[in-house]
Design a protein around this ligand. Structure first.
Ligand code: GUN
Ligand code: ZN
Length: 439
């Protein structure tokens, strides 16, 4: 057992529903046994209950639940930063040529390492990952995530039209390869499988039906795709599915909109779509850096919340600009601010919730992780700016712990991530020196 002593913050409740969702322990204690939190509270209380356990002193920074990135693409690490193109042009000229390289295992293996370390070194402990169109590359990703200790919810991306021939499959092959991957990886260690048609634009009804067959046969696997991201995309989907009421309906008619579904972007939904998303309890994964970089639009968070749609956060690497969930939270905040009366003011509690517990809820993992309550897995990120950095100065003068959290969302980067744990295992440790105490 280890007793972690730290200033910790977490959101066991939803700050969009409660004013008291953010819990702060300025001198907190988390007693961890076999990767799980056995007792959570003030250091004094936990120490009194466990006077003899070894203490790991993490004072001087902030300890948060590990970040949960609910939308990120494995084969897009090396194309981060293709700025200035709208979605469909960006896919054609930058992204799909890169994804076509993943038929080669050595290439996939190199990027699997870059991808997984990109996540863990930014404090992400769980990710819902768009895999590759190539089954072998997906296997390589699962192997690397397992080796590194990351919680990976991932799947083979499937499409059968409008991309490039080497990225196309058939419904039968999509089903067969998906089934084999599920049987090999779903529920093995920390990995779960997500059935992943790329988007309706590149999927025939046959492919969506093959996905639905997998979802029925394996009632515990997750589902993810894209929706309502870009005006031209939405228009094209409308033309491709004349029998569907709207974009959501292309998935809904196949039975793919459920509590297990996470749909990325959702920037241009109509009211029927929002109502159906809420009714079926699926999640919209908001990816604000990507939405800005690709000029996709302003996410109508207020309308999602009003309709009762669950919302989580994703980096959408490589449409997005990097793996930092701190940056993603900041960009979400910026965009809501810029929307004026149509925006939702996001407090530090909202940002922390979106970056952690909301993702656990999206993935139906909230019973196991996403906050520091007793019984949860010790998945954590220790943010401690390097000595002499601007962020160390800012934190050392923060008037409150909540303001320190806001400052880390505003200015924190990968360099402020000192240590990261998944189920009590250290999965990342920075080599740079720590700052002076912020307290
Ligand atoms: N829609 C279909 N594929 C993609 C992708 O790779 N990135 C984004 N942002 N949207 C998509
Ligand atoms: Zn995406």
């Amino acid at each position: 057992m280890t007793l972690y002593r730290a200033t910790f913050l977490h959101t066991p409740a939803n700050p969009f529903e409660s004013d008291h969702a953010l819990q702060i322990e300025d001198d907190g204690g988390l007693l961890v046994q076999s990767g799980s939190i056995v007792q959570s509270g003030s250091y004094t209380d936990v120490r009194a209950a466990y006077p003899a356990e070894p203490v790991e002193d993490l004072r001087g920074g902030l300890l948060l639940p590990g970040f949960i990135d609910t939308h990120v693409h494995y084969p897009q690490v090396r194309v981060i930063g293709g700025l200035g193109l709208p979605l469909l042009e960006w896919l054609d000229t930058i992204t799909l040529p890169e994804e076509a390289k993943f038929g080669e295992d050595a290439y996939a293996a190199a990027i699997a390492r870059e991808f997984v370390s990109g996540l863990t070194s930014n404090g992400t402990t769980t990710a819902l990952i768009f895999g590759s169109h190539f089954a072998s590359a997906v296997r390589i990703l699962f192997q690397e995530a397992s080796r590194a200790g990351l919680r990976a919810v991932a799947g083979q991306v499937v499409s059968d039209r409008m991309l490039r021939p080497e990225l196309h499959t058939t419904p039968d092959r999509a089903y067969a390869e998906g089934k084999a991957l599920i049987e090999e990886w779903h529920g093995r260690g920390r990995t779960l499988y997500a059935v992943t048609p790329r988007f309706s634009l590149s999927a025939s009804e046959g492919i969506l039906d093959a996905c639905a067959a997998l979802m029925t046969e394996f009632p515990d696997v997750r589902f993810t795709s894209h929706i309502n991201e870009n005006g031209r995309e939405v228009e094209t989907v409308r033309e491709l599915f004349p029998g569907s009421r709207d974009y959501l309906d292309t998935y809904q008619r196949a039975g793919l909109v459920t509590r297990r579904s996470v749909l990325a972007h959702s920037i241009h939904p109509n009211d029927r779509e929002l109502g159906a998303m809420a009714e079926h309890r699926c999640t919209a994964a908001h990816c604000p850096c990507s939405n800005s970089a690709l000029g996709s639009g302003l996410f109508p968070l207020k309308r999602h919340l009003a309709a009762g749609v669950h919302v989580s956060l994703g980096t959408d690497v490589g449409g997005g600009t990097g793996f930092s969930m701190l940056k993603e939270g900041l960009q979400a905040h910026f965009m809501q601010q810029l929307m004026g009366p149509d925006g939702v003011p996001l407090s530090p509690a909202h940002l922390l919730y979106l970056a952690t517990r909301a993702g656990a809820e999206a993935l139906q993992l909230e019973g196991q992780l996403g906050d520091f309550s007793t019984g949860k897995s010790f998945d954590a990120v220790y943010l401690r700016p390097a000595a002499g950095s601007v962020m160390a100065t800012v934190l050392s003068h923060a008037p409150s712990t909540e303001r320190a959290l806001a400052s880390l969302f505003a200015g924190g980067t990968q360099s402020d991530v000192a240590q990261v744990w998944v189920a009590g295992d250290l999965v990342y440790s920075r080599s740079q020196p720590n700052s002076e105490s912020i307290n």
